[in-house]
Design a protein. Structure first.
Length: 458
């Protein structure tokens, strides 16, 4: 793969160094170039994460990632997978795959249900990003993006009854680029696409491969600078968690507490939270209640799952359960908590390169029979820009959805435990995030377990 002639033509963007204005009498092209350069210098990815986050990271001696190295590594990973599958290009529409390929963001949550941004990654040619109306400047900080074009929106909100027509226009442009840069190989990856787009691409003789498979496998193994970014994201999340725990009081609502995690994430340059999983007291069993207006009572368990996309777009996916108020937990609460700790710690010890998903599932510490009905959906799962490949279920669920594979160095996995007796009053949710190393694992999450719930039974 020789791609050296692409992505090297633009100078590096310097943060907040604004260009000289060419004068109001300058022509349209000169003013456009000025506007793009100014916007690029003020891009949030260029400006950085601010005093609060940087001060906390410095205190923890967390080195900054080399983002240019991250971008080069990710593009290399995509192209390695394309080559492995015998593909000449990938059309990426999923916002997280676009982020992985370009390190640019634009209305990330909105674009999950409005397919307005997409990127073409060719095996031996350019990376071409397509963005929303007048948003071409949002990718200028990544020197590996060779060209930015205005995207063709053909989702119904934008295109209405013209969806098929505009899908054809979308496919025509992409097919022309693929023909230009990919030669006779018509096999390409597409991650997410409605039927009109699939039909239009196939009408050009293109043979489509599952782009989600390509991208999940590419994203599964992280480079050292991605891990640096993830460490910083986890630190930001855990700082917000500390603010939550300090504020936890009887009488506050679940929403009051949950809002502190969102606020702490945003203040440190984080992006969003994938779920709404915080529950108290009887709402902790069964699991998956979303945060509500319920007032948290003294002596109740409060459980939550961060599912947080933080700084650098890296996911911090850890879970904790706390005891509200100044009292001591009941024996049942301690028992539930200790069972969850025992399960999660035993299963962490299984993590090692070369360990198969089947072995992880079938040899993991399980739950007693009267807790099986409320078991969590997985024992282990990957994590990166979000929850990612692989997902390792309980042995009882293997036949219906399990698949095999092996852990390799550079993967990051979460180890899960939810313990709640079938028909019981409360439950405990715990989760840790770990890096697979050459010799075993390294724990990335550091937030302590609840000391009172870890205490001896009375």
């Amino acid at each position: 793969m020789n791609t050296e002639h692409f992505g090297r033509h633009r100078r590096k963007i310097m943060p907040a160094v604004l260009p000289d204005h060419p004068g109001d009498a300058a022509g349209y092209e000169a003013l456009s170039a000025y506007a793009t350069e100014k916007a690029s210098a003020l891009n949030r990815h260029v400006l950085g994460y601010g005093e609060l986050a940087e001060t906390e990271w410095s205190a923890l001696a967390l080195a900054a990632p080399d983002l240019d190295a991250v971008r080069e590594y990710r593009l290399q990973r995509i192209r390695q997978q394309l080559q492995s599958f015998g593909l000449s290009a990938a059309i990426l529409c999923d916002p997280l795959n676009v982020r992985y390929a370009t390190d640019s963001t634009n209305m990330q949550v909105w674009s999950t249900h409005n397919a307005v941004r997409y990127t073409l990654v060719t095996l031996n040619g350019p990376v071409i990003a397509f963005d929303f109306h007048n948003c071409e400047h949002l990718s200028a900080h990544n020197m590996l993006v060779d060209e930015v074009r205005h995207g063709v929106p053909w989702f119904y909100f934008e295109s209405g009854p013209r969806s098929a027509e505009l899908a054809q226009k979308w496919a025509d442009e992409l097919a022309d680029l693929i023909k230009t840069y990919c030669g006779p190989n018509a096999r390409i990856a597409v991650d997410k696409c409605r039927r009109e787009g699939v039909a239009a691409l196939q009408g050009h003789g293109l043979k489509l491969h599952d782009g989600e498979e390509v991208m999940e496998l590419a994203r599964a193994v992280k480079c050292s600078d991605e891990i640096k970014a993830m460490r910083r994201s986890i630190a930001a999340c855990e700082a917000a968690m500390s603010e939550m725990e300090a504020a936890l009081r009887p009488g506050m609502t679940e929403w009051d507490l949950w809002a502190l995690l969102h606020a702490g994430n945003i203040r440190r340059g984080g992006e969003w939270i994938e779920t709404h999983l915080l529950a108290s007291g009887p709402r902790t069993n069964p699991w998956f209640q979303e945060a509500s207006a319920r007032e948290i009572q003294s002596g109740e368990l409060v459980a939550f799952d961060t599912d947080l996309v933080g700084p650098y777009g890296m996911c911090c996916d850890i879970s904790r359960t706390w005891l509200c108020g100044d009292g001591q937990p009941t024996n049942e609460q301690r028992s539930l908590y200790q069972m969850a700790v025992d399960q999660i710690e035993a299963n962490i010890e299984m993590l090692a390169p070369g360990r198969s998903f089947h072995e992880l599932s079938h040899s993991a510490k399980n739950l007693p029979e009267d807790y099986q009905a409320n078991r969590y959906s997985v024992l282990f799962h990957g994590v990166g820009l979000c929850d990612e490949y692989p997902a390792v279920p309980y042995p009882a669920d293997w036949a219906s959805g399990g698949y095999d594979g092996v852990l390799v160095p550079g993967m990051v996995v979460c180890v899960e435990s939810y313990v709640g007796r079938h028909g019981g009053h409360e439950g405990v949710k715990l989760e840790e995030q770990l890096l697979i190393t050459e010799t075993g694992y390294e724990r990335l999450s550091t937030y302590p377990y609840d000391a009172r719930l870890m205490g001896r039974q009375i």
